[in-house]
Design a protein around this ligand. Structure first.
Ligand code: HEC
Length: 140
């Protein structure tokens, strides 16, 4: 027979473990640094990705606004979010992200030249962004 105490302990341990898997992803702590490190070079006003698509990662509001055609984040659905599909390389080759690039050093300012193909973000980063979307894409 299990004692009431050991049952409680087992339940507590289980909820702690389950809780760890469901940890809340933070926009400011987890998601924003990934976007700044990997996307901002092209997706801010004046940069080529912003020029081509209208998508900026400068602020949370910009990310939620999406491209000139509309939102790329559907809160609660990573599967339905263009942002996540591009990072998982499930879209057309020409728009998978983040694009590779070279820098044209022959100009006075360094000009970013986006390539035709994309590189893979680390799987951990893609999972964080995907979880953040599934948890409601909050400004947290
Ligand atoms: C080297 C430059 C570059 C980098 C880095 C880059 N992008 Fe892009 N991005 C582009 C360009 C250029 C386009 C326009 C592509 C087109 O429409 O042909 C684009 C388009 C997009 C679009 C709109 C796609 C559509 O539906 O038309 C999204 C969303 C996007 N990028 C997200 C990201 C994210 C998120 C990152 C970082 C993980 C990123 N990009 C990194 C250059 C870049």
């Amino acid at each position: 027979m299990y004692s009431r105490t050991s049952l409680c302990a087992a339940t507590l341990l289980f909820s702690l473990l389950a809780g760890c898997g469901q940890r809340t992803v933070s926009y400011s702590r987890d998601v924003n640094p990934i976007l700044q490190d990997n996307c901002a070079v092209c997706h801010r006003p004046g940069a080529p990705g912003f020029g081509a698509s209208g998508f900026s990662v400068a602020t949370y509001a910009d990310v939620m606004k999406g491209t000139k055609y509309g939102a790329v984040v559907t809160p609660g659905s990573s599967v339905g979010s263009t942002l996540v599909r591009l990072l998982r390389h499930q879209a057309d080759k020409s728009i998978n992200m983040p694009k590779n690039y070279t820098i044209d050093l022959t100009r006075h300012e360094n000009i970013i030249l986006p390539g035709v193909d994309a590189r893979d973000l680390p799987a951990r980063d893609v999972e964080l962004i995907s979880k953040w979307v599934d948890q409601g894409a909050k400004d947290n």
